[in-house]
Design a protein around this ligand. Structure first.
Ligand SMILES: [Zn+2]
Length: 309
């Protein structure tokens, strides 16, 4: 991987659409050596693993669903893994700003970098939880598959087959989103943090208290009036469900969870990071099922009765 290819450097800077020219690394990979890949977040790592099978050696940096990823600081171990990677996948849109710093600190012209935010046209300031948008993973998967095939053209047929299988495996998620939309579009809901925002939009839910959620994400103080509005929504049952991010917890979000329980507003727990033992597809489906159950449980009573129709 020491080969210095000025054309490749140029492609790297020209960013994301130029997936075609991943020429570097072809010679460097022995026929049976695995492609070293680093994913900043474990759901991207999982997707790379599903697409690469036994041809890839994947390291995921954020993999603990008990830690707040918005507060993550990179360690020297993280930097070392990046140094030897042929392919790096990270989220971008300010979700993992430490990645940009680490990559800048360990220059490697033979390293291909895929940034999800750039692939789906999102930028700093947009809701960074892009993997909750059902439209995102198909785009990421295609880009990853193309990068793997370029790095290891001898196995292109296998990567193509894995991609087809992966895209197929996402269909139940799209189907569940459609089903929820047809039943619950415009239902008012709220959340402690914007992690589920894109999925909520895809279902067509009316997501309330977004300023409060941004404050929780950024670890800043929500305003007194935003807190009061959130509490009123729960106490008066103006929302059908509270979506609770169990990875971004502080006294205030916990208070909202308690208030929801006391007010008999169903709650759905979601995580930023993929739980151990689940693939991306199973994780998303499980959360959609939980949401469906919570929405169904709140059909009876409450100020919002009938608003879903
Ligand atoms: Zn978050």
């Amino acid at each position: 991987m020491k080969k210095n290819n000025p054309m490749w450097k140029c492609v790297l800077r020209a960013a994301v659409s130029a997936l075609t020219a991943f020429a570097v690394g072809q010679a460097a990979h022995a026929q049976d050596a695995k492609i070293p890949v680093v994913a900043a977040e474990n759901f991207y790592g999982d997707v790379v693993q599903q697409l690469g099978g036994d041809r890839v050696d994947v390291t995921s940096i954020l993999s603990n669903p008990d830690q707040d990823p918005h507060l993550f600081e990179a360690s020297p171990k993280t930097a070392r893994a990046l140094q030897h990677a042929s392919l790096v996948v990270y989220n971008g849109a300010d979700y993992d700003p430490w990645m940009t710093k680490l990559l800048a600190a360990s220059k490697n012209d033979a390293r291909k970098t895929l940034v999800t935010a750039e692939l789906v046209g999102k930028k700093s300031g947009d809701n960074p939880h892009l993997w909750y948008d059902p439209a995102t993973m198909p785009v990421v998967a295609r880009a990853v598959s193309a990068a793997l095939a370029s790095a290891d053209p001898a196995h292109k047929a296998a990567y193509d087959a894995n991609l087809a299988k992966f895209l197929d495996s996402l269909k139940p998620i799209a189907g569940k989103v459609d089903a929820l939309r047809s039943q619950y579009a415009h239902a008012p809901v709220t959340a402690t943090e914007p992690v589920f925002g894109y999925m909520s939009d895809a279902i067509g839910l009316d997501m309330r208290n977004q300023r409060f959620q941004l404050a929780a994400m950024n670890d800043t103080e929500a305003s007194a009036s935003d807190i009061a509005a959130f509490e009123r929504d729960l106490r008066e049952r103006r929302v059908r469900v509270l979506i609770y991010n169990s990875q971004a917890t502080e006294a205030l979000t916990k208070r909202m969870l308690t208030l929801a329980q006391q007010s008999h507003v169903p709650t759905v727990s979601v995580t930023e990071t993929q739980p151990a033992g689940k693939h991306y597809q199973q994780w998303m489906l499980a959360q959609l099922d939980a949401l469906g159950n919570a929405l169904a449980a709140n059909n009876a009573g409450g100020a919002n009765k009938g608003t879903a129709q």
